[in-house]
Design a protein around this ligand. Structure first.
Ligand code: NMX
Ligand code: MLT
Length: 428
């Protein structure tokens, strides 16, 4: 990174000097009241969501990422270490590059006991996302960035300390997530990481599924798919905002995870599984198209959203959904819940379209991810968003390192009152 950052800084400086006043987008009143949706307000070096084609990570589509990233011998899905290299460096890694990151993670994976003690001290029915956020926050005093900032850290070197923190935190995520799962659902059993397994597969191993090679493949797919979705989704943007105050990676990631915990964002995977199970329980046998259509309409008429469908930016089927559909077609084609996912995919877009207001009636990543976990026996759906978070922190931290490398300032736009806007528009 030290070799590529100076040239990138020069690119940004030139762009701002030459075209600083170029108008990228316009702020209108409906957008101010509309959650800024559709407005271009941020820069992220890592990825971009194209409404028609979906996410591109460093320019690569999901299918390209899955095809081109290096894999461990004898496995089908990529090493997360390779993905992290791609997000940070902007170039497709070799197997050696991917293993370099995997080895860094192994060397930094030890989770201090106090983190486990914090988790154990929480009420037994604490939501796993609260536990995940607390675990990350509890490690804040390990921050290299915070310590060095209080010593002699120069702005030009911020990114190095941010990278240290990022590697230290990401290295520990599978162990933390597995600890939360085991504490909540497996009587607190503890399994140490297997040094012969990669970062993603180690999560599966540590929740007792190390012998299920198909589940380990799912772990590899899952974490890569959930890593990033450009800089302005709620979790990434929250983390960016917090990081812009020079709060360190632990503060930023804990905040981002709190945003991911909302039902309109990452928690939709938990909600989606609950909704699918309620469909299944409502009918004696597999529902017909008509029955499902009525069930979906009843959900809408009750004032609820259909989880896993719709998106603020996408206007097509989420390629992360398609990648998981492909996985399921290969590994669990006969699974009843998966068959229901497919029927929902056939029926629900029409139902949503008929409302006349849903801008994107197609499935997003959350319409299927829980079903895959459920198939392999991870049935505690309150936990699913933690898995989303483990993946997402790769994107958040890569963005944070680049934000510090580019010396991005504190994010502080301006707000107005309705009265101010009425004054601005009076007489028009
Ligand atoms: N079911 C019912 N209504 C919906 C849905 C849906 N799946 N999607 C959008 N709408 C409604 C939306 O609530 C809004 O209604 P109203 O005007 O009465 O407030 C209207 O359609 C227009 O919304 P859009 O502009 O299409 O979507 P928006 O950008 O506001 O929201 C989501 C995007 C993702 C929040 C929304 O589609 C949704 O709530 N989906 C279900 C939850 C979900 O799957 N979230 C996960 C997103 C991915 N992730 O992991 O973060
Ligand atoms: C995400 O992965 O963050 C979601 O698809 C939500 C978004 O992009 O806004």
């Amino acid at each position: 990174m030290a070799a590529i950052i100076p040239a990138h800084r020069a690119r940004v400086t030139k762009l701002v000097r030459s075209h600083g006043s170029f108008v990228v987008d316009q702020v209108t009143i409906d957008r101010l009241y509309g959650g800024l949706r559709g407005m271009t307000v941020l820069v992220s070096e890592i990825s971009k969501v194209d409404p028609q084609y979906g996410i591109r990570l460093r320019g690569y589509t999901i299918q390209e990422v899955l095809d081109l990233l290096p894999k461990a011998p004898g496995t089908e899905y990529p090493l997360a270490g390779g993905l992290y290299y791609l997000l940070l460096m902007g170039e497709m890694p070799t197997l050696e590059d991917a293993l370099m990151v995997e080895n860094e993670w192994k060397a930094r994976s030890h989770v201090p006991d106090y983190v486990f003690n914090v988790l154990k001290s929480l009420p037994a029915d604490t939501h796993p996302m609260t536990m995940f956020s607390q675990a990350i926050l509890s490690m804040q005093h390990e921050s290299v960035f915070a310590r060095r900032y209080n010593e002699d850290l120069q702005k030009v070197d911020y990114w190095e300390a941010a990278l240290e923190d990022s590697l230290n935190l990401t290295a520990k995520l599978p162990t933390i997530a597995a600890f939360i799962y085991n504490l909540r659902y497996r009587d607190g059993q503890f399994i140490s990481p297997d040094p012969n397994l990669d970062w993603s597969a180690n999560f599966g191993h540590m929740i007792g599924k190390g012998k299920d090679s198909d589940y380990l493949e799912l772990c590899r797919l899952f974490f890569v798919l959930h890593s990033d979705h450009e800089g302005a989704n709620v979790s990434a943007h929250t983390a960016h905002l917090v990081g812009s105050t020079l709060s360190d990676i632990y503060y930023s990631c804990s905040a981002g995870i709190n945003g991911l915990a909302g039902p309109l964002h990452g928690l939709a995977n938990q909600k989606c599984l609950r909704w699918l199970l309620s469909v299944r329980e409502s009918f004696e046998s597999f529902p017909t198209r008509d029955q499902l259509e009525k069930f979906a309409s009843d959900t809408l008429n009750a004032g609820k959203v259909i989880p896993g469908y719709g998106h603020a930016v996408l206007r097509t089927v989420d390629p992360r959904f398609t990648a998981q559909l492909k996985f399921a077609d290969k590994y669990l084609p006969q699974d009843e819940l998966f068959k229901l996912v497919k029927l929902v995919y056939e029926v629900v877009p029409d139902v949503l379209q008929k409302t006349g207001k849903v801008k994107n009636p197609w499935p997003n990543v959350d319409a299927i991810n829980g079903t895959l976990q459920y198939h392999y026996g991870v049935k505690e759906f309150e936990f699913y968003t933690v898995l989303f978070g483990v993946g997402r922190i790769m994107g958040i931290t890569a963005n944070n390192v680049w934000a510090r490398a580019l010396g991005l300032p504190i994010e502080r736009p301006v707000s107005l009152t309705t009265g101010n806007l009425e004054e601005l528009t009076a007489g028009i």
